[in-house]
Ligand binder design. Structure first.
Ligand code: NDP
Ligand code: PYC
Length: 337
């Protein structure tokens, strides 16, 4: 039920005040507020204002550097490095994205490695920042051990998000962004709060038996999407965005944090492609050919990923973001803490 409606700017200002009040520097507070408001405005509840509480707990526990200033560096390779200095990943991405785009245009492909960051966010805001610059992009990161490998019963992998974007002239980009678990852990937590059962197939109890109880699921393990296929993609993310970039894997991130109720620290890998460079000398315009593919998908009555989000955004930008009375009350409580 909607009890309050706030414009994007109003909500952004409130979230910045909450985070600055909790000790975050203006740089970090505004980077966090932007992704949280974007999540709420796109009706992505699992990564909207619900995340504020976990961020505040993480700040209070001293598990994130509140005034971190990301350090960007690069050499002659296609790799842009951002050391987040123990801060949230969001400011680190903002700091490195312009150089990532510049290197990508120079070489056709470039990667950004973010190390030593605390990560709680959805990846699509980063992907859209790159598609807005006309680039194709992928992003991925580990999380903390909460997902059993297919065929196993103990939490090992994270919910490891993977996102991809393709720019489209004059319209919203093609973007998907998903946890490699059946659902994001945030969805399970939202079911716990609402007292509603989980759909079958999301999780197992500590003894390995299937469960639809969110509390038992949080104590047990989540399941990868697509069985062994999702399990392999999740493992790939541990390798590329953990081991390969010299940062923590999900089990290591969980052990370092000692908790699953705070935001974990690890790294992130973002890869950008300049689509104009890859088909050089080949027949056909890649952007036009991509449009044919999207039209063929839509022509079957299917929808494109992110269409639901873009529709929500098109409504909340002019009309405001609807919040329930309890959500607004929580924001007010955070403001006076
Ligand atoms: P969903 O399963 O809700 O959605 C995944 C993707 O599939 C979205 O792009 C969604 O678009 C699209 N989609 C959903 N239904 C359809 C459909 N019927 N046809 C076509 N496309 C569809 O997401 P998850 O719960 O898996 O993940 C939610 C968020 O959690 C992500 O943003 C992710 O980055 C974040 N996350 C972050 C983690 C971290 O460690 N930082 C860990 C895990 C997850 P649409 O949004 O338009 O519905
Ligand atoms: O929803 O799975 C999740 C998640 C973990 C860390 C950030 N989001």
């Amino acid at each position: 039920m909607t009890d309050t409606t706030l414009s994007h700017d109003e909500l952004n200002e409130i979230v910045i005040r909450i985070f600055e009040g909790a000790g975050l520097s203006p740089l970090n507070a505004s980077a966090l507020a932007r992704v949280i408001v974007a999540g709420e405005g796109d009706a992505c509840k699992s990564h909207g204002i619900y995340r504020i509480e976990g961020c505040l707990r993480t700040i209070k526990a001293g598990k994130v550097t509140p005034d971190a200033v990301p350090q960007v560096s690069h050499d002659e390779s296609a790799i842009v490095r951002v050391n987040a200095g123990g801060g949230f990943s969001n400011a680190a991405f903002d700091a490195g994205a312009p150089l990532l785009a510049e290197r990508c245009r120079a070489t056709g492909i470039a990667a950004m490695v973010i190390n030593d960051c605390t990560h709680f966010a959805a990846l699509w805001p980063e992907i859209e920042a790159l598609t807005d610059m006309g680039l194709v992009a992928m992003a991925m990161c580990p999380s903390y051990a909460s997902v059993a490998p297919a065929g196993g019963t103990d939490p090992l992998m994270g919910t490891n998000p993977f996102a991809f974007g393709w720019p489209r002239a004059g319209g919203d980009p093609y973007v998907f962004d998903f946890a490699t678990s059946v659902a994001a852990r945030g969805e399970i937590e939202l079911h716990r709060r609402a007292g509603t059962p989980l759909p079958e197939g999301w999780a197992i109890a500590p003894d390995g038996s299937p469960t639809t109880d969110p509390v038992t699921a949080l104590a047990g393990a989540m399941l990868p999407f697509g069985g062994h296929k999702g399990s392999a993609i999740s493992t790939m993310i541990e390798l590329l965005a953990g081991v390969m970039i010299g940062d923590l894997t999900s089990p290591e991130a969980r052990d370092a944090l000692g908790s699953l109720s705070l935001a974990p620290a690890h790294g992130e890998l973002i890869i950008a492609f300049d689509p104009a460079r890859f088909a050089a000398g080949r027949p056909g315009d890649p952007m036009a050919r991509a449009e044919q593919l999207f039209e063929a998908i839509l022509g079957q009555g299917a929808r494109l990923p992110s269409q639901r989000r873009f529709k929500a955004r098109a409504e909340t930008l002019p009309e405001g973001i609807p919040l329930t009375a309890s959500e607004k009350k929580l924001l007010d409580q955070f403001l006076v803490q």
